[in-house]
Design a protein around this ligand. Structure first.
Ligand code: DGT
Length: 130
């Protein structure tokens, strides 16, 4: 069995829109859109990891994190356990500090095929419940 990687991802909300980031070339799932986030380090909580990742990748500080969904997903090369948090406020203005494209999209307009397979459930939940 491949090792399980702990990942956190943020559904960053402003009015009825959420922030999406495009996965860079050369990385796993290149070109797909995702909820910003990344791997949790052994010394930090999930919330700390997510705040750190969004400071590093987007230059914003998340506030008011609420766990909305957890999913375990097996890709051929690795297994990820992703915890999705709703971030209903943040400080700063998002920038793609790692060169990644960003876009705001209303929840109703999210298209499942823009995202990795592991995100399908959370998109359904957002479209039903938020
Ligand atoms: P690496 O290997 O450290 O260069 O990093 P990445 O970019 O491959 O991985 P990272 O730190 O973004 O970890 C997230 C993993 O979870 C990656 O394999 C993609 C997968 N994933 C699936 N859906 C999502 C999502 O909505 N957000 C994020 N951040 N990752 C997702």
């Amino acid at each position: 069995m491949s090792e399980q990687i702990e990942v956190v991802a943020a559904v960053i909300r402003r009015d009825d829109q959420v922030l999406l980031a495009q996965r860079p070339k050369g990385k796993h799932l290149e070109g797909l859109w995702e909820f910003p986030g990344g791997k949790v380090e052994s010394t930090e909580s999930y919330e700390e990891a997510l705040v750190r990742e969004c400071e590093e990748e987007l230059d914003i500080t998340l506030e008011n994190l609420e766990l909305i969904h957890t999913v375990r997903f097996e890709y051929p090369e690795k297994t990820v356990l992703i915890r999705f948090f709703m971030a209903s406020s943040f400080k700063g203005e998002p920038k793609g500090l790692e060169g990644q494209a960003l876009k705001w999209c209303s929840i109703d307009d999210l298209q499942p095929d823009w995202f990795p397979a592991a995100n399908q459930e959370v998109i359904q939940i957002l479209q039903k419940e938020y």
